[in-house]
Each structure stands twice: as C-alpha cells, then as structure tokens.
Design a binder for this molecule. Structure first.
Ligand code: 5GP
Length: 179
C-alpha cells in the first residue's frame, strides 16, 4: 500500500496539529451554541473522530453519504445523496465536516440543500482544500491545509475504496489509476 504513494503531503503529526487548531477555532466561534456536526461519509470518518475531540462544546453528530466521483479520480459534477440525515436541521447551526474540497460541486450543493431545509447557519470545516480545482466559487470557513491539484489518498480518502486506512495523506502514483 505505501509503495503506491509518491509523496506524503500531510503527515500524521501535522494532521493532529490541524485537528487541534481547527477544533479550538470552532470552539471559540460557537461559544454558547450547540451546533450539529454533519460528516460527509465515508471520507470524513477519521477527521470527524479526531477533530470532534478538540471541540469543547455540547454538539451532536450526524452523517450523510454523497457521491460525485462514482469510482474514478475526477468529479462527475453530478452530486447524488446516497444516505440522508436521520435528524432535522431546521433552526440548527450546522457545521459540515469534509475531507477535501476540490471543484466545490459537492459542498455548494449540500449547503443549498441545508439552507432550503431551514438551517439557521451552515459553515464547513475541511481537512484539505484544492483551490486550483474549483468549478464553482467557494471558500471553506475552516481549512486544515491547502494542497496542490493532485489526486490524494489516505486518512479517509480512497481510490476505489482502498487506502482510507493510511495514517497520512499522500499523492497516489499515477500508474496505480492509469493501469
Ligand atoms: P468536489 O465536489 O469539491 O469536487 O469534491 C468533493 C469530494 O470529492 C470529496 O469529498 C472527495 O470524496 C472527492 N475528492 C476530491 N478530491 C479528491 C482527491 O484528491 N482524492 C480523493 N480520494 N477524493 C477526492
């Protein structure tokens, strides 16, 4: 598995420092509020687990599964809800937890949906941001690290469902997906 990675972009230690920093920022911004953290499956799982332990507030957690990749390495632009929330977000302060923002098709679509459903506020925290990939203008509220336009895996991010268990984020060698 490690041999398929050409370069480590975010180390285990850096990920933990990011979670601590972002958790503190969210804690400060949401004092006296009880937000709901909505994780976008499956990529958010390690990040949600780690950042949530640095958010010192009363909050609840929910999950949603959306897909725009359908197995490849480029966004199809067609966002599908595969699993919806099991609670109402009407009147709630929502913080979406994402692994990465690339074209922003996914996040812009979900934010519109949540506003339509009556959320009081919708912000998002992402571990990684690839601004060079934008198709729609969007600036995430909380960003762990800005990375160049490369296809990355690890720490929740997959290629055909593999590599999610890597403890770091790395660039997948192009020969892995071109063969
Ligand atoms: P967007 O809609 O912003 O293009 O992409 C959001 C979703 O695409 C992410 O939640 C993630 O699932 C997937 N994605 C975007 N870039 C990458 C990448 O470099 N590697 C992997 N594994 N998934 C990505």
């Amino acid at each position: 598995m490690h041999n398929d990675i050409s370069e480590i972009l975010v180390s285990e230690q850096e990920i933990q420092e990011i979670c601590q920093r972002l958790g503190k920022e969210v804690t400060k911004d949401y004092q006296d509020k009880s937000p709901i953290l909505v994780g976008l499956l499956k990529g958010c799982v390690p990040f949600m687990a780690d950042i949530s332990r640095h958010i010192d507030l009363k909050f609840d957690m929910a999950y949603m599964s959306v897909s725009s990749y359908h197995g490849g390495i480029a966004s199809s632009g067609d966002v599908k809800i595969k699993l919806d929330l099991d609670i109402s977000i009407k009147g709630r302060d929502v913080i979406i937890v994402e692994d990465i923002v690339d074209t922003a098709n996914t996040i812009v679509t979900i934010i519109e949906l949540f506003k339509h459903r009556g959320a009081s506020s919708v912000k998002m925290v992402t571990l990684l941001d690839k601004p060079e990939g934008r198709v729609r203008p969007y600036q995430p509220d909380y960003v762990g690290k800005v990375i160049p336009k490369a296809f990355v895996v690890g720490y929740g991010l997959d290629y055909n469902e593999y590599y999610r268990n890597l403890p770091y984020v790395g660039v997948l060698k192009p020969e892995v997906y071109s063969t």
